[in-house]
Design a protein around this ligand. Sequence first.
Ligand SMILES: Cc1cc2nc3c(=O)[nH]c(=O)nc-3n(C[C@H](O)[C@H](O)[C@H](O)COP(=O)(O)OP(=O)(O)OC[C@H]3O[C@@H](n4cnc5c(N)ncnc54)[C@H](O)[C@@H]3O)c2cc1C
Length: 299
Amino acid sequence: MNYRNLFDKLAIKILFDEPMSKHTTFAIGGIADVFAVPSAENELLQLSNVAKQYNLPIVFLGNGSNVLVNDKGIRGLVVSMKGLEEIVVRNTTITAGAGVLLGKIANVAADNELTGLEFAAGIPGTVGGAVYMNAGAYDGQIGDIIKSVRVLQENGKIVTVTLDNLKFGYRHSILQDKKEIVVSASFDLKKDNRDNIKQKMLDFQQRRRDRQPLNYSSAGSIFKRPVGYYAAALIDECGLKGLTVGKAMVSDKHAGFIVNTGGATANDVLILIKQIQDIVFEKKGVRLETEIVVLGGKE
Ligand SMILES: Cc1cc2nc3c(=O)[nH]c(=O)nc-3n(C[C@H](O)[C@H](O)[C@H](O)COP(=O)(O)OP(=O)(O)OC[C@H]3O[C@@H](n4cnc5c(N)ncnc54)[C@H](O)[C@@H]3O)c2cc1C
């Protein structure tokens, strides 16, 4: 299909045949047929309408920090939400567009003497991806501080959903089941002293630098935490640090991370994931489930 004609009339940033390795923290992934970056809600709606009208598959992407894009790439339309970057602070509530990076919103909160987002400062995702995944670290998770979320529903309508209806669980929100897209989110924070907040953020970030292989491309923890265990500890106890397939390797700093040592393919990562799952199950009797989302891959 000649996709170019479908998007001719839209005044939206659109790229064709875009390598997804440029848009994922793993630096892995084949080509997306169409890659669009809307900068406002109405542009998002226009894209969703074109996709509906021409029956184009559509995938939404934040900062690409929790995804593995297949080597065959993504057919149809990828919508990067990173252009939705408005931030509004009102009393103790911050409302941010889906594309705002967590580091940015955590700093805005600190500058406004608002506590609650410190845990998120070092997570390299967007507000939208973090709400969708209920991202969390140390003493917090997104679901604990959400007031409401504006979502784009499958029927093309944008509505506000309040906390009670989002059904947050461990790395889970109802948006995953309903296939709803975060357009913006409002966070309910509390007043505190700016220096305390900044110090807490710095401490968390130092802990990350000490424990995580941040000098390599990765998608963070590959596996969810199994009930009663830590995935990284299980993998380490099985002696799998340094296990390599092609250019994908189990980090020797943090066994929960698979790192791209340079030019890894999605296939390398998928084979390595399967090897880790099989060995951990054989030796420990625990089935590791992936936390990362695999996108694309069909012809
Ligand atoms: C070094 C490193 C450290 C990390 N540490 C942590 C951590 O401590 N805790 C943690 O929870 N995670 C961590 N992660 C994983 C990741 O950063 C989080 O899951 C983050 O919330 C993902 O956000 P994103 O914008 O990058 O989402 P993406 O990776 O772009 O997308 C993830 C999923 O969310 C969907 N999505 C994206 N945007 C939207 C939207 N607006 N509406 C609906 N769906 C959307 C995508 O379709 C995809 O299914 C880490 C990753 C890295 C690389």
